[in-house]
Design a protein around this ligand. Structure first.
Ligand code: HSE
Length: 432
């Protein structure tokens, strides 16, 4: 089946945003630069009748994606079902067990079951490729796994969720409400079918863990990723951070620390001239740092039908090239590095506090007194009028201090019940 000029027979499981985008791109394959031909033989999805803007009547319809994976007339299973367990996992496992190549966009599956799925692929010498799982059209999985295999990576970081980046930048650009911008991200096909995965940071956590596993030769262990999303961020945090000349970005990072690898995702402030500050909308960015190259930065569309389908297509092109290699770079039994939980309480640096403060005499004094008592020095602050809301938006930037000190002050402030909501505490990124 593989080899120049040959045809790969595909079974496509999952016809949502990405599946629809892929079928459209396959229709245009004459315009692409593939080493051979792709033929969609059969498809499977939850809903046969949904309008996908592409005619699926010419493909065999299979209700059960596992049955599709086991079909004898298919060489490659393209898994676009999504979800860490259930039908997606069963489909991928069935395909690999029968020695078929698998191309998947499923970050949850690779992040949460990467070890066992990789071992299964290796055992059956089957391709398992998942470029589309991380950062959309940016070819970062292949870059880290192959092109950068000569680099001793010290840190991989960046913006890995298009939906969150779209929400944060559009709220600032247009002043629109969170719900409005999220609905638009869903309409544009950026968001997961359950957008909580996006805004809670879980999707970015899956992606950074996959990059960490490959970049550091580590066993993916999702339980060890520290995750904080943008779901608690208020519009006032974004606008007041902007008044300090900072942007709020959801940053994912994996880095060496002592003998292990730490992975975390959190909203942080980056100054207006920081390289990540200008990565807006559904764009993603990935920064790889290591010896002997220094730093490489990749930027591009991180979500949406077209960019993700293009990444799937890149993996399909790879299938013409030759035998399978271990899905996570090194053979799974040789993934020796260990991912251990990051502990942000040990952070040192400057912090941003956003809160809605009760609009009564002495409230501001009480707030600053607690910070002073905890040894936290204020660098800048803004208070806006409460208007008729009864709670004044307040933003504070601290001088460098231990995060633990700010947390201690905020715990006391919570006990005083002087804020209308739980204050947001965000790290200020100082690395360029
Ligand atoms: N929901 C994801 C995002 C899609 O917003 O980045 C790409 O994985």
């Amino acid at each position: 089946m593989s080899g120049s000029g040959k045809t790969l027979r595909l079974g496509v499981a999952g016809l949502g945003t990405v599946g629809g985008g892929l079928l459209k791109l396959i229709e245009r394959q004459a315009e692409l630069r593939l080493p051979g031909k792709l033929e969609v033989v059969a498809v499977s999805a939850r809903n046969k009748n949904r309008n996908r803007g592409v005619d699926i009547a010419k493909f065999r319809w299979v209700d059960d994606p596992v049955e599709l994976a086991l079909s004898d007339d298919i060489d490659v299973v393209v898994e676009l079902v999504g979800g860490s367990d259930g039908p997606a996992k069963r489909t991928v496992e069935a395909a690999l067990r029968s020695g078929k190549s698998v191309v998947s966009a499923n970050k949850a599956l690779i992040a949460e079951h990467g070890m066992e799925i990789a071992a299964l692929a290796e055992k059956h010498q089957a391709h398992l490729l998942f470029e589309a799982a991380v950062a959309g059209a940016i070819p970062i999985v292949r870059a880290v796994k192959n092109s950068l295999s000569g680099v001793i990576v010290s840190r991989v970081s960046g913006i890995l969720n298009g939906t969150c980046n779209y929400i944060l930048s559009e709220m600032l650009r247009t002043g629109a409400a969170y719900e409005t911008v999220l609905a638009e991200a869903q309409r544009l096909g950026y968001a997961e079918s359950d957008p909580f995965l996006d805004v809670s940071g879980g999707d970015a956590a899956h992606k950074v863990l996959i990059l960490a596993a490959i970049a550091f030769g580590a066993q993916p262990d999702f339980t060890q990723v520290q995750v904080e999303g943008i779901d608690k961020i208020e519009a006032m945090d974004i606008t007041l951070a902007n008044k300090f000349d900072y942007r709020i970005k959801l940053v994912a990072e994996a880095y060496r620390s002592g003998g292990s690898v730490r992975c975390r995702v959190a909203p942080v402030l980056v100054s207006r001239d920081h390289p990540l500050a200008s990565v807006n909308g559904p764009l993603n960015a990935v920064v790889v740092e290591g010896e002997p190259v220094g730093r490489l930065t990749f930027t591009g569309p991180g979500a949406g039908a077209g960019p993700t389908a293009a990444a799937v297509m890149g993996d399909l092109a790879r299938l013409f090239e030759g035998p399978a290699t271990p899905p996570l770079g090194k053979p799974s039994r040789e993934l020796a590095a260990v991912i251990t939980a990051a502990d942000s309480t040990n952070d040192q640096g400057s912090f941003f506090i956003g809160a809605k403060l009760a609009d009564k005499p002495g409230m501001f004094a009480a707030l600053t007194e607690e910070l002073a008592e905890a040894g936290v020095s204020i660098d800048k602050l803004i208070q806006e009028s409460a208007g008729d809301t009864g709670a004044a938006p307040v933003a504070i930037m601290t001088h460098p201090c231990p995060r633990a000190s700010v947390e201690k002050a905020l715990a006391k402030i919570a006990a005083l019940k002087i804020t209308a909501d739980e204050p947001r505490l965000l790290r200020i990124e100082t690395r360029a």
